[in-house]
Design a protein around this ligand. Structure first.
Ligand SMILES: NC(=O)c1ccc[n+]([C@@H]2O[C@H](COP(=O)([O-])OP(=O)(O)OC[C@H]3O[C@@H](n4cnc5c(N)ncnc54)[C@H](OP(=O)(O)O)[C@@H]3O)[C@@H](O)[C@H]2O)c1
Length: 288
């Protein structure tokens, strides 16, 4: 099944859903998980220097036998070692992943580059100009962080990856406004939090109601996770998720052909989700 794409503000396209090697795979060997994800249809792989598994992410790509040109690979810049630049750090990542370029390179955390964000963004632009990455972006950036780098950017960020689900959607509004202004794609992690990290919240009956309606419309099974991922997809969000199970990996990709949520269902998720402010990755993305 072909995976639909989102347009980036630099002319490139990005598959709407990515398989991540953080959280459950953080600091662990990711080869088997990546091979499983690719074998079951994922083409977009989300890594990071801080996950300490770029080498096995690359091993997973090789083990899958999938040509590099058919994959979309993201990695993220961690804290810079003395003397290093975003470009030299990416060169290290490419070596570990055994690829010549990535498709997307993000600054992982603004908090790792305090007082130096403008300089680091210039370094990201250098990495892109050198052909080491097709697109550049950020992660966990607040609206203020974005404004800071936009003062000097000759290339605006293509993506901002942050915790995004209905329990933070209201708090994300200042971000979403600036993303819209600069055509920055919002990317989510933790998108499934309401159904397991935050089970028991006000959205539980809403998700069940929508899930049951979609299942009747479809005439085939629809999961709670698909309701949330479909909501994110219809909001134009790039979803970054993960799983240890082939069946769930296929379910994530099957979200594409789940019937659309109605405008009322989307509004209900946002209204009821807005009744609770809850973040599951504290420290990653201020403010609380
Ligand atoms: N930029 C950043 O700072 C940042 C921070 C965090 C994460 N990330 C990226 O985002 C990726 C995904 O992160 P995430 O874990 O937050 O994604 P998520 O989509 O919120 O959750 C995925 C996890 O949900 C579990 N799951 C799915 N459906 C479930 C259900 N019905 N019941 C119970 N568990 C269920 C899966 O476990 P199973 O194995 O059981 O399927 C999997 O571990 C990471 O790997 C990383 O690449 C980035």
């Amino acid at each position: 099944m072909p995976i639909s794409t989102l347009a980036l503000n630099d002319g490139h396209q990005v598959p709407w859903i990515a398989f991540g090697t953080g959280t459950a795979l953080f600091g662990k060997d990711a080869e088997e998980a990546i091979r499983l994800a690719i074998d079951n249809g994922f083409t977009h792989l989300d890594g990071a220097q801080v996950y300490r598994n770029e080498d096995t992410l690359g091993d997973g790509i090789l083990a899958s036998g999938k040509p590099r040109s058919e994959l979309f690979v993201t990695t993220k810049l961690g804290a810079l070692q003395p003397g290093a630049t975003p470009k030299s750090a990416l060169q290290e990542s490419l070596k570990k992943m055994k690829v010549d370029y990535v498709d997307l390179y993000l600054i992982h955390q603004a908090s790792q580059h305090v007082g130096k964000l403008k300089e680091v963004w210039k370094g990201m632009e250098e990495a892109q100009k050198a052909g080491l990455t097709k697109s550049i972006g950020v992660s966990n950036f607040t609206a203020d962080h974005l404004k800071d780098i936009l003062e000097i950017a000759t290339i605006p960020p293509a993506v901002n990856q942050l915790e995004a689900h209905p329990y933070v959607w209201k708090a994300l509004q200042p971000n979403l406004a600036i993303h819209k202004q600069y055509n920055i794609v919002t990317s989510s992690y933790g998108g499934l939090s309401p159904i397991f990290r935050g089970k028991g919240g006000p959205l539980d009956p809403v998700i069940e109601q929508i899930r049951a309606r979609l299942e009747t419309t479809r005439g085939a099974s629809v999961s709670d996770g698909q309701v949330l991922n479909k909501w994110l997809k219809q909001k134009g969000v790039l979803v970054v998720t993960t799983s240890s199970k082939a069946e769930r990996i296929r379910e994530y990709l099957d979200t594409e052909i789940v019937p659309e949520l109605t405008a009322d269902e989307i509004a209900l998720i946002e209204t009821i989700g807005g009744e609770l402010h809850k973040r599951y990755f504290p420290g990653n993305w201020p403010p609380e």
